[in-house]
Ligand binder design. Structure first.
Ligand SMILES: [Mg+2]
Length: 286
């Protein structure tokens, strides 16, 4: 085994923790080993814990409900996702735009509630929003094509850059990058903005009400191109957990300056070894 590279067990506590969800805290409908006790221990020590997800098919309330049902009681205020970042970015930058969200109900609802006009008329659409939409079809592609290419008025943004959403058992589902690809394939248009990880907008949203230095906070996730890249770009410590997408080889193949601080086979190794010993934890427990 290499003697350099990321640590396999945290050496210290950080001042705040930001967690990805899918593949990090849970996979499908099951918490990953050690997740519940690790979160409970951070909270017991009064350390801020936040969650974020690139997945725009759920809103923060749905994530709060899911985490609470799985045994990690979490308030809506502690969750940021691309439904929130997309809506806030549009409010700040394009408050009067007419939108065509290629999106499921949670994002559509958030945009309507924020007062935006949603339209399927290519002649009046200003912004096409590509997202993870399992109702995507040729009709929606034609509307996007007409608004962007034929009427030459709309531009393209996306909620998140993920190619697929991981499922238990190694399967997955095409994600927002597939919709962006379809639209770019026929229009040749540029993507103007991504509102998900690795864009730092997600980090700012997650830590908006946490009074800590970004450099003393820790980002934890299973994807190198989104979770870990955002931390590296933002000057934050990072932990890559091997319970989702990234493999050990993926991490170790990166150059030294692109590796996470920690490489963990189970997420509760975020709690330093000395604290494990005090708590009497072993790595066969959940
Ligand atoms: Mg993930």
């Amino acid at each position: 085994m290499a003697t350099t590279g990321p640590l396999r067990h945290a050496a210290e506590f950080y001042d705040a923790y930001v967690f990805d969800l899918d593949g990090t805290i849970y996979l499908g409908d099951h918490l990953l080993p050690g997740a519940a006790r690790m979160i409970a221990e951070l909270r017991r020590r009064g350390i801020p814990v936040r969650f974020l997800s690139n997945n725009p098919t759920k809103d923060p309330q749905m994530y709060s409900d899911k985490l609470t049902k799985l045994g990690v009681e979490t308030s809506v205020a502690d969750i940021a996702n691309t439904v929130v970042t997309t809506t806030r970015w549009l409010q700040a930058n394009h408050p009067d735009a007419v939108l065509f969200p290629i999106a499921e109900e949670p994002l559509q609802r958030a945009l309507r509630e924020a007062g935006f006009t949603l339209s399927e008329d290519p002649e009046e659409i200003d912004i096409v929003i590509a997202s993870y939409d399992r109702t995507f079809d040729y009709r929606k592609l034609q509307i996007a094509f007409d608004a962007i290419w034929f009427h030459k008025r709309a531009f393209l943004i996306t909620t998140n850059p993920d190619r697929f959403c991981p499922f238990p058992g190694g399967r997955g589902e095409p994600d927002a990058a597939a919709i962006v690809g379809a639209i770019q394939g026929c229009t040749g248009t540029e993507l103007v903005k991504n509102l998900g990880k690795p864009d730092p907008i997600m980090l700012h949203e997650a830590l908006a009400n946490v009074d800590v230095e970004v450099g003393r906070s820790m980002m934890v996730g299973d994807r190198l191109q989104t979770d870990i890249q955002m931390a590296l770009d933002g000057g934050m410590a990072s932990a890559c957990v091997l319970t989702g997408e990234a493999t050990e080889a993926d991490v170790l193949d990166r150059s030294a300056d692109q590796q996470p601080t920690l490489l963990l086979d189970r997420i509760d190794r975020l709690i330093p070894q000395a604290a494990w010993d005090e708590l009497g934890w072993s790595d066969t427990d959940d």
